[in-house]
Design a protein around this ligand. Structure first.
Ligand SMILES: Nc1ncnc2c1ncn2[C@@H]1O[C@H](COP(=O)(O)OP(=O)(O)OP(=O)(O)O)[C@@H](O)[C@H]1O
Ligand SMILES: [Mg+2]
Length: 272
């Protein structure tokens, strides 16, 4: 569970959250919405341990977020993926993107490491390779293992970014507008991955301006003027005015969902 206690954060003249107590469930999908500038990205940075100038406390399970939190522990707890996949690419080969995450932040946990130095190195290398293949398979990119990431499509790049974030087997994944630059088929494939991650027990927190994405959620957080309102997708569908009350507008898909009385993306796809 992620816990915020008496949490306040923001910038001069823009409170993002003020004196907030909030919990975010492990193993569920939480979608965070709110008008432009309401603080979604700021919250994403906080939850990913990148923004520490807040007051109050933030706990990721038993991990207390503070300056002294070791990066390795942090990244094994929480991964972050951002909107623009181009900004997340550093290397010339898909597999190097992922091994980099593994090399830089933590050696994979391997039991029974051989004592001999060379054998040890090759055991570590083999484990890395195993994880690279595992996470690429998870996002449907195993056949691109030797490709140049710059030659992937936007949707494939975003799936690669997800794979890199998954390499350290985090328990939470924070996604800031991950689908907003993708076309519809790519979005759908990212949504399918997110649903699979939930089935594997990963807690996903998705910041988004694409309000249709609330249909993926177990819980929706609406940020508005320093406050957070917690609702379920069903409550929003039944009463689309909740969105209007927070300066948002129900997109057509949610209006259709209301009309035909469905409350999740899966049900909606089945019905349409
Ligand atoms: N580095 C910064 N310095 C000063 N103010 C900032 C900074 N980053 C964000 N802000 C302000 O903090 C508030 C929250 O911004 P944030 O980017 O978190 O909102 P958001 O909900 O992600 O918006 P969007 O929907 O446009 O992505 C805004 O008023 C913004 O102007
Ligand atoms: Mg943002």
């Amino acid at each position: 569970m992620i816990r915020l206690k008496q949490f306040s954060c923001g910038y001069p003249n823009s409170p993002v959250l003020a004196q907030t107590d909030l919990t975010i469930a492990a193993g569920k999908i939480t979608v965070v919405i709110g008008r432009n500038g309401s603080g979604k990205s700021t919250l994403a940075q906080v939850l990913a341990g990148l923004k520490l100038d807040f007051s109050g406390e933030v706990w990721l399970d038993e991990l207390h977020l503070k300056r002294s939190t070791p990066m390795r522990e942090l990244r094994q707890k929480v991964g972050l993926v951002l909107q623009n996949p181009d900004h997340q690419i550093l290397f010339g080969r898909v597999q190097d993107e992922i091994s980099f995450a593994l090399q830089n932040l933590a050696l994979p946990e391997i039991t029974d490491l051989p004592k001999d130095k060379r054998a040890r190195q090759s055991a570590i290398q083999a484990k890395r390779q195993e994880i690279v293949l595992e996470v690429l398979t998870q996002v449907g990119l195993a056949d691109k293992i030797n490709a140049n990431p710059r030659e992937l499509s936007g949707g494939q790049k975003q799936r690669l970014a997800l794979a890199s974030a998954l390499a350290l087997h985090p328990e939470y994944l924070i996604l800031d507008e991950v689908a907003s630059m993708l076309d519809l088929p790519s979005r759908r494939s990212v949504y399918r991955i997110i649903e699979k991650l939930k089935q594997q027990g990963i807690g996903v927190v998705m910041m988004t301006n694409l309000l249709d994405e609330i249909l993926l959620a177990d819980t929706v957080l609406i940020l508005d003027n320093g406050k957070v309102t917690i609702v379920t997708p069903a409550e929003i569908i039944r009463n689309l005015d909740i969105l209007t009350q927070h300066g948002l507008e129900a997109p057509l898909l949610l209006q259709v969902a209301k009309k035909i009385n469905v409350e999740s993306l899966r049900d909606l796809q089945d019905k349409l």
